[in-house]
Design a protein around this ligand. Sequence first.
Ligand SMILES: Nc1nc2c(c(=O)[nH]1)N[C@H]1C(S)=C(S)[C@@H](COP(=O)(O)O)O[C@H]1N2
Ligand SMILES: [Mo]
Length: 320
Amino acid sequence: MLIKKPSDIKSSEITSPELYRKRRQFIQAGVGLAGAAMVPGLWLPADVSAAREKLQGVKKSALSTDEKPTPYKDVTGYNNFYEFGTSKTDPARNAHSLKTKPWTVRVEGEVARPADYHLEDLVKDSLLEERIYRFRCVEAWSMVIPWVGISLASLIKRFEPTSRAKFVEFTTLYDPKQMPGQKRRVLNWPYVEGLRMDEAMNPLSILAVGLYGEVLPNQNGAPLRLMLPWKYGFKNIKSIVKIRFTETMPKTTWVLAGPREYGFYANVNPNVDHPRWSQARERVIGSGSIFTRRKKTLMFNGYEEQVAHLYAGMDLRKFF
Ligand SMILES: Nc1nc2c(c(=O)[nH]1)N[C@H]1C(S)=C(S)[C@@H](COP(=O)(O)O)O[C@H]1N2
Ligand SMILES: [Mo]
């Protein structure tokens, strides 16, 4: 996985407060997005680049952390979504080309009810919950994110997996026209991730459809993305179009890209370092000062009590 140092950030990516204010006034003056887009080099902050839509009927979950959420601008402006470019600011800038309505999810493999489901129908019949979760990227940075999501277990039960279903595989949309980053072979497209069935059925596992009480911004994986807070960020696949139930372990994108560096399980583990860097500590994103706060990484990202039993008796150095 590529890591960008602050020195790699082009000066063109940095906007002075004065210019930022002028651009905002320009936008707020009602010039509109089409007009703004014609001005060369005009950078639209994420919070005005798309219409924001509130989600109704969201219930608070007892599974939330009481830690303070990372500011909205960091959650939606510092992302990994290689389908839109490999720098952290690329997704917020480029993901507007993704069309998320209508959206169909194909369910196939070892299930009694394989079908193409309209996402609206799946969400309409589900309980929407706010889950404030810790989030830890394998690159050793972290956030706290107030997701809005639906329980993965309750969704899976509706599809009626057969007794042969041991794993579940998820696939991202493949469409280089909507996802221009797919024109470059930085990864094996489409992005694929997978879980063991018991991991998928854990009460902490959700499919996120929103954050901060609103519809998920495209750069965060709209309209549907996985979120398992005890695993490294890359397991949490975005913009899912296919869910497949299988007897054998799925071949996942990052394992194919670097099997020595990225494992199938990808559980957050401060005792097992990445071959090229330590996993003992994490950079807390959005902590305010130029000296970014660092803190110790916790086993299973702090969710040990809820998930350690899933891995009882497994050598976590071997199954990383
Ligand atoms: N399809 C897809 N899903 C993806 C990625 C990606 O590049 N493509 N990046 C992963 C990585 S490495 C991380 S850290 C998280 C980032 O999620 P966020 O941008 O919402 O914080 O998404 C994960 N899911
Ligand atoms: Mo990541």
